[in-house]
Design a protein around this ligand. Structure first.
Ligand SMILES: Cc1cc2nc3c(=O)[nH]c(=O)nc-3n(C[C@H](O)[C@H](O)[C@H](O)COP(=O)(O)O)c2cc1C
Ligand code: SF4
Length: 436
């Protein structure tokens, strides 16, 4: 069994017999976080929500921001938000984790809240998620057993891609509006103006284990630059698509073996999710699954998605469908999203339908360079990377399309189409929250 227990669905009693009780977490004292932060630093835990940012630095930043406000400032109390939204359509690791090991995630929320001295804690999950009943039941069990020193509330923002970006989540929890906010970051000014710790649910589950076994135990496994285990969602042209837990640093080939191998010759992989990047198949299966090795290989570990495009699928068609969806998911408040992404999407559509020429491609390249680093959040950057890495990884197919041909259409399109959700509801739903 892996560390995170994704193979079984655990009630509270099963959870306690498997992991034992969560030891009392040392609480924050004044301007010092609880000592769990030192264990997290020793562990080298990095966030599993996409950015792989060191968790100990975030914990300290929230405490520093809160301590800097002085005792009489009512808005100094930190807030913890567990990000279980899983906005990446190709990812299912967080839903799998919450369905099987909700109590480990709640343990992590409790431990993080004590460490930063939070007075409010939330788990955010999108409102259509089938996991909600499981989470409500788990919260009831914990309430009856008086496990958590502070109440943990479930919040259900709309299932929009950018609603799960950390400032959008904080905005939702504070004001009931799920749009990203900038330039302040949540650790400075998040939900209701409070210093806010937003962590992915998998990160928090690892925190629940570090609180029990310590940082040195955690770091025994995995790549030294990003230790521990990690969940990976494997999909596309693979025999047993699903979620696996592996030590970081596991070669891609071994991850694929755990999933029964590819169902057909692979031409490329999408790594990290729709905000990640494409790589050509050549030699990629020896790459280690950790942030640095992936970067060196020109890939992105991101939300830990590994999606295989087999030879029976046209990658340009897939890119066009996903790019159109990504363009429709912006919060509509910054230039690169409002003007840039629809144009990018149109260009890729033109290429996919074999109506593009060299001048169109030159315009597309110019547009790609214009949208990056200019939005209030990283949504335009992720979309631009999705398109630019795809054009590079599938350069042969691009050339064929410019020549009005496609290597797949003649043989008939294969089954491994990437998931593209339907257009979704509005981001705004002002409901307000009470803050203690
Ligand atoms: C457009 C966009 C969507 C995101 N969606 C998610 C998501 O669904 N789940 C998640 O954990 N992080 C998501 N993130 C990353 C969060 O902003 C944030 O970095 C993360 O929740 C922090 O947790 P971690 O440090 O534990 O990784 C998204 C970021 C962007 C720019
Ligand atoms: S870059 Fe796009 S998604 Fe991000 S805040 Fe601006 S409009 Fe919203």
């Amino acid at each position: 069994m892996g560390r995170l227990g994704i193979e079984t669905r655990s009630s509270l009693s099963m959870h306690l017999s498997e992991y034992g009780p969560l030891p009392a977490t040392p609480r924050r004292h004044g301007s010092e976080p609880g000592s769990l932060v030192d264990e997290v630093e020793t562990a080298g835990l990095r966030g599993r929500g996409g950015g792989w940012f060191p968790t100990s630095r975030k914990l300290r930043a929230v405490v520093e921001s809160s301590a800097g406000r002085g005792r009489l400032n009512r808005s100094r109390h930190p807030v913890v938000i567990a990000n279980g939204m899983e906005g990446e359509p190709a990812s299912s690791k967080d839903a799998g984790l919450l369905a099987s090991s909700a109590h480990l995630v709640f343990d992590g929320i409790s431990a993080a809240a004590a460490t930063v001295g939070a007075t409010n804690a939330f788990l955010a999950i999108h409102r259509d998620s089938p996991v909600i009943p499981t989470l409500l039941k788990a919260l009831d069990e914990r309430h009856a057993a008086r496990l958590d020193p502070l109440a943990i509330h479930l919040v259900t923002p709309p299932a929009r891609y950018v609603a799960s970006e950390e400032s959008a989540l904080s905005h939702w929890v504070g004001e009931g509006v799920a749009t990203p906010v900038y330039p302040d970051r949540p650790f400075q000014k998040g939900a209701a103006g409070r210093p806010t710790l937003v962590q992915n649910v998998e990160t928090l589950a690892h925190l629940g284990l570090i609180a029990r076994h310590g940082g040195a135990w955690f770091a025994e496994l995995g790549a030294p630059s990003a230790p521990g285990s990690t969940l990976v969602t494997v999909g596309g042209a693979v025999r047993d698509a699903g979620v696996v837990e592996v030590p970081t640093g596991t070669p891609v080939r071994q991850i694929l073996e755990l999933c029964g191998g590819a169902t057909e010759p692979v031409r490329g992989y999408l790594t990290g999710g729709y905000g990640g990047g494409w790589v050509a198949a050549d030699g990629f299966d020896t790459t280690a699954w950790d942030p640095e090795s992936m970067r060196t290989a020109g890939a992105v570990i991101g939300a830990s998605v590994l999606w295989l495009i087999g030879e029976s699928t046209c990658p340009i068609d897939e890119m066009a469908r996903v790019a159109a969806w990504m363009a429709g998911e912006s919060a509509g408040q910054c230039g690169p999203c409002v003007y840039g992404l629809p144009s990018l999407s149109d260009d890729v559509h033109q290429l996919a339908t074999r109506h593009a020429d060299a001048a169109d491609m030159a315009r597309l390249e110019r547009r790609l360079s214009l949208v990056s680093n200019r939005g209030g959040c990283k949504h335009p950057d992720g979309t631009a990377r999705f398109v630019s890495t795809g054009l590079a990884a599938f350069a042969d197919e691009v050339a064929l399309h410019l020549d009005r041909r496609c290597s797949v259409t003649a043989r008939g399109q294969g089954p491994a189409a990437m998931p593209v959700p339907p257009a979704r509801l509005a981001l705004v739903d002002v409901s307000g929250r009470d803050f203690e």
